[in-house]
Design a protein around this ligand. Sequence first.
Ligand SMILES: [Zn+2]
Length: 600
Amino acid sequence: MTTIRSSLFLLMTAILLPACAAQPGVDYTVRLDRARNQIVRIEATIDQPGEKAEFVLPTWRPGRYGILDFAATVRTFDAVDQSGQPLPVEKIRKNAWVVDSVGAESVTFGYDIFANELGLRTRHADDSHVFLNGSSIFVMNPDRRLDEHIVRFDGLGDWQVASGLAKADSENALVAANFDVLVDSPIEIGEHRLIEFKLEDVDFEIVIWGECAKTDEELSDDFRKIAQACMDIFQSNHFDRYVFLIHSADGIGGGTEHLNSTIMQTRPGSFTSESRYRGFLGLVAHEFFHTWNVKNFRPAGITPYDYDKENYTTQLWVAEGSTSYYDDLLLARTGQRSIQNYLDAVAGSIGSVRGNPGRAMTTVEQASYDAWLKFWGPSSPDHRNTNVSIYTQGHIISLALDMLIRSETQGVSSFDDVMRLMNERYPYEVGGYTPEQFQETVAEVAGTSVDEFFERHISGVEQIPLEDLLRTVGLELKLQDPDPEPFAGVSLSDSGGRTVVSRIYDDSPAFEAGLILDDEIVSADGVRLDAGKWTDILDDSEIGDLVTLGVFRRGKYREVQFKIDGKVSQRYDLDLTDEPTESQRVHFEDWIGQPWPEDD
Ligand SMILES: [Zn+2]
């Protein structure tokens, strides 16, 4: 089941990085005897090290574009030669060590890692399991990056090992074609539940740590439908084995794509509530779609990975946004989401994009480039005024491009063809794609220039005319309420018995009046206030009303006065048009993969 087969993964990276003489790679031993104390010991051995051997721990992990500095979790480090004699080892950067290996036949660099981080999907150990994302755990020897890497386990006991990596010849060992494959193949160790199924010559495994109330049949049926819908788009599988790793525990959520596996986290309640399970299946679709979009065809700026620092690209909106577009759409195509439920979700995303003040200031390309700073990083409250989401903005741009292509080609082509062609033309081993290559592919599929669309809505911040575009598939996008509502531009929250400013909108009445974050608001027009009451006051006020807030800032009292403004709330309905034309009906059915709903 887990023998190495012909796979592009074995070739990946080798073609992209400078060739070096064939030599054995790194042989790791993972010691699990202190897992219950959340300590994992790694020993990395290389033969014939020469005079010096360098070991470097990545600073980030694939799929999360933010510096995480895993070296901070290294508790102790040491080095020995083939006889167990200590060798001098020196730390030379925050994440790099050099062993003096003059005369040694082999070097073993050992280190203890504190493994208690679960929610970022990096490393976690306790008495029930060990989860290892390679980039947070395994040091790289830069000279051996392209060579075969072996991982052995010591102290497994009754635990099993699950991973997208193939099993090595010996028991309890995994093999990776090179370091990049190793760190893009998370490893789950424990007493987990295993479900297997086969589709299009691909062997699938679902591996679950934690509680899951669904039966094996329910899960494999649902995963199979999603996998088939993805495969139908790409029409080519560059892998013959795929592993869905699932963590089910309270307080966690989200997922990360990897080469031929994914790690997805959710709460046990996701398997008992219909709406939460639908959300979880959206995550399954998202992560599996990534197996092509970003794991196979990748932006040039992140190909190959530089594990030491930020890897810049303006195309993360394609990697994340186009994938977000398809995650819900695929569930509508498979029937795992009702059409109206899907349309409501799209309307919600449109409202969130249009209602975001950062939309007027930052392009989706700039947001992609700055994702390292602004998406995951210590998020500044100011980002809510100035930034856009590569996920949601990229989702809506992908929707718009899909509509544009369907309209321009009379339904002959679609954004599905863009994804399929990108995968065919820019597989990982030929190097990453440039922004120009992506745009050229869209134009080719659309059969017309898309320069204006890209200039306005991707390199620019102009609002996309979705009302027009969505008519292609017979949908009407309408504001729920076109009348302005009272708007002050300040959000309050109650914390520790105080009511404080949690958000200020740029250029709003509260902004102009000089209210700032963390101001404590004690009263409105002389009456004591809390966050709920402030919502009531706004609902009851008229545009133009004057309001006076009592404010404490650094212990001193002041009064701040402003006029309530009016603003149209960006909440939308997306509905089927009453009398679709034949072409709208055909485009709709081709897009969503379901018949046009007829009135009962
Ligand atoms: Zn994603």
